[in-house]
Design a protein around this ligand. Structure first.
Ligand code: ACO
Ligand code: LMR
Length: 264
């Protein structure tokens, strides 16, 4: 009989061997003919299933809302400095992307992990927040450099409004809101940020859509799929900042001496 040589790679999300590429078993022509959007493509390639329209719309809203946040944030700043050093598009992009992490844009997975654990263990917001403080861990998804209790992040409000209107359940989001109410009672800067909103709402999407088993949800949270949403979204803005600097023919950036405290 036939002897199958052992393969060096296993792949389960896409296939380009036929007449047309398939994403999660769905041929490209169907994707185009059915009017699928980028949320559907993410569903197929990341979650390996077609998700209901309200889920794919939510994914698309996350991407649109996180695409950019001006030139002053860590990622855009790095990209702008790199573009002004005359580097190519990919270098400018990755230079910005490399700032995404636990403080900036990359707190979504940890927000989902900690909110899920606290909610599932029935911790009160007080027990959760004070427990984190004892461990010396900042609550992921809480806090912002410029947003405040009296100057909330519009993106958070938009995501919450969409979910309240379209999701069957928003229990994790409501828990995160209770946590925010408690943290705001401690300090005005401890608002829910966009990472916290996406992290908690994605838990509701995963649990409420009926499309995922409990072990699948645990795996998604454990592997950490959700920072991918910010990485993907912010790439749009970082590419825009690269083109902007090149269009403006900006010279090499050098930080002014006056803005550095030289000290021993
Ligand atoms: N949990 C507990 N305490 C916090 C938190 C938090 N998440 N965030 C800030 N604080 C406290 C700090 O401990 C500090 O208190 P102290 O002065 O008594 O030490 C004080 O608030 C500092 O506040 P800021 O100067 O406004 O915050 P900072 O610039 O240090 O940090 C940051 C801002 C990085 C966003 C912070 O709030 C944080 O680490 N949050 C958790 C991570 C996170 O969610 N990041 C995503 C932000 S949204 C985005 O990037 C798209
Ligand atoms: C962002 O989306 O980049 C911001 O929330 C971060 C910031 O400091 O404004």
């Amino acid at each position: 009989g036939k002897v199958r040589a052992p393969t060096h790679i296993i792949s389960t999300i896409s296939d380009d061997r036929g007449e047309e590429p398939c994403y999660g078993g769905v041929p490209m022509s169907s994707i185009v003919e059915q009017g699928f959007g980028v949320g559907d493509v993410i569903s197929l390639l990341w979650f390996k299933r077609s998700l209901p329209r309200y889920c794919t719309k939510f994914i698309e809203i996350c991407i649109m809302l996180c695409a950019d946040h001006g030139p002053c944030v860590s990622g855009a700043h790095n990209t702008i400095v790199t573009a002004r050093a005359g580097k190519d598009l990919v270098s400018c992009l990755v230079s910005g992307l490399l700032t995404i992490g636990p403080r900036f844009g990359g707190a979504i997975d940890d927000a989902a992990r900690y909110f899920k654990d606290a909610y599932d263990r029935n911790l009160t917001p007080y027990e959760f927040v004070e427990g984190m403080k004892k461990k010396g861990i900042r609550v992921p998804g809480i806090g912002h450099r410029i947003k405040r209790g009296d100057n909330r992040d519009k993106r958070v409000e938009l995501l919450q409004l969409f979910a309240r209107t379209n999701f069957p359940s928003v229990k994790y989001m409501e828990y995160a809101v209770q946590v925010e109410t408690y943290t705001l009672s401690k300090a005005n800067n401890l608002v829910m940020n966009v990472d916290g909103a996406i992290g908690s709402l994605f838990l509701d999407l995963l649990a409420g859509s009926g499309m995922f088993t409990k072990p699948e949800i645990d795996e998604i949270v454990e592997i950490g799929y959700l920072n991918g949403l910010f990485v993907l979204a912010r790439s749009i803005g970082l590419i825009g900042h690269t083109f902007d600097q090149k269009r403006l023919k900006q010279p090499l950036y050098r930080h002014p001496w006056e803005d550095v405290l030289y000290t021993k």
